[in-house]
Design a protein around this ligand. Structure first.
Ligand code: HEC
Ligand code: HEC
Length: 307
């Protein structure tokens, strides 16, 4: 017998042996279960067919000799036969290209029919139902809903008590920490806190109108503590002279000009969730997976913590 058939039989037996060891010997084994039996039968046929088809081609490579006309070009003595492109292959190739274009333009895009598209449609329907059901809730129920969103999405960074877990994220029991205020003054701020792009200048653009000069290091420290203490203590004069023009004397902000640094509001939190925020502590991620109502709710919850 040709050595190659012998090898084929050895490999087949070995592979079937491995299959038996992993399936047949496991607890319960084949167990007469029809699905298991069919799977094993399929595995056996695949092994046998694969091994003997491979053998057929190896034999053919050993014995076949080529004929036909050689092309003129040669590469280090290696030539190429002048063969027609097989018609079936060429047709398949062109059809694959057409199919590929269809798939890119019409088939795959997430809103057309595809498993992803179907999933997205289902999610949209579900979300619409959800939003209709909760559209009108306000007050305490909104805060409660926000608390559950917070526990599900935010507590991993901000902590169950929203205290920021020792500086890992912002402590949301107060509007803002001194180091965050200081960071905003020194570096400016461009986090879409007003929704639109409305940056705050850095310290080189912050004049204290009381002294007529740029804000100083000492003033930055004192005004940061003032804002972090809920707009109390020393520093009111610096705030009025430097910040009030945009943030208002009480720090509660002005629409389209500057956000409140004294209080949270659902709108401010929603803007932070829409765009994320980079600051002194680190990076707050954007939360695209929350819908508008959930953002409003978690904003109401955070507002209720500090105000
Ligand atoms: C020219 C107007 C302007 C002035 C003056 C100004 N701010 Fe701002 N401030 C803004 C705007 C606009 C934003 C929102 C920027 C953004 O979207 O990130 C902002 C943001 C901030 C933030 C970031 C809030 C957060 O949640 O991180 C802090 C803190 C802040 N300002 C404090 C101050 C203090 C303190 C002063 C005075 C020393 C001051 N600002 C002066 C316009 C101003
Ligand atoms: C991956 C960690 C992480 C998660 C999750 C996270 N945050 Fe934050 N958050 C931060 C960090 C870090 C900051 C501080 C950013 C800075 O340096 O100003 C922050 C800051 C904030 C601020 C204060 C921004 C300001 O004005 O200074 C709010 C409000 C906030 N997060 C709300 C949320 C809400 C609501 C959720 C859940 C939907 C959430 N965060 C989930 C990390 C996180």
């Amino acid at each position: 017998m040709n050595k190659i058939y012998l090898w084929g039989i050895v490999i087949t037996v070995a592979m079937l042996g491995f299959t038996y060891m992993s399936v047949g010997m496991s607890e319960g084994g084949l167990n007469g279960d029809i699905v298991n039996m069919l799977t094993v039968a399929a595995a056996i046929s695949l092994v046998v067919i694969t091994v003997f088809v491979v053998i057929k081609y190896v034999r053919q490579m050993q014995t076949d000799t080529a004929d036909g006309q050689l092309a003129d070009e040669q590469w280090d003595g290696v030539g190429e036969y002048l063969n027609e492109v097989p018609k079936g292959w060429a047709i398949m190739f062109l059809l694959t290209m057409v199919w590929g274009m269809w798939y890119f333009i019409a088939g795959y895009p997430v809103n057309s029919y595809s498993q992803i598209g179907e999933y997205n449609e289902d999610v949209a329907v579900h979300n619409a139902k959800f939003e209709a059901q909760y559209a009108s809730i306000t007050g305490d129920r909104l805060v409660e809903m926000g608390e559950s969103v917070f526990i599900a999405e935010c507590k991993i960074c901000h902590g169950l008590k929203a205290d920021g877990i020792d500086g890992k994220a912002a402590n949301l029991n107060q509007r803002i920490e001194a180091k965050t205020v200081k960071f905003a003054i020194e570096n400016g701020s461009n986090n879409h806190l007003l929704g639109s792009e409305m940056p705050m200048p850095d310290r080189n653009g912050l004049f204290n109108t009381n002294t007529g000069s740029l804000i100083t290091d000492a003033e930055i420290d004192v005004v940061s503590a003032y804002v972090a203490n809920g707009m109390t203590g020393t520093g009111a004069d610096v705030f009025v002279g430097t910040c009030a023009a945009c943030h208002g004397e009480d720090g509660k902000g002005m629409e389209y000009v500057a956000p409140s640094v004294a209080t949270f509001s659902p709108a401010l939190v929603t803007n932070i969730l829409n765009h994320g925020k980079k600051g002194a502590i680190g990076k707050m991620p954007a939360f695209d997976r929350l819908n508008a109502k959930q953002k409003e709710a978690v904003g109401a919850y955070i507002t209720s913590l500090s105000n």
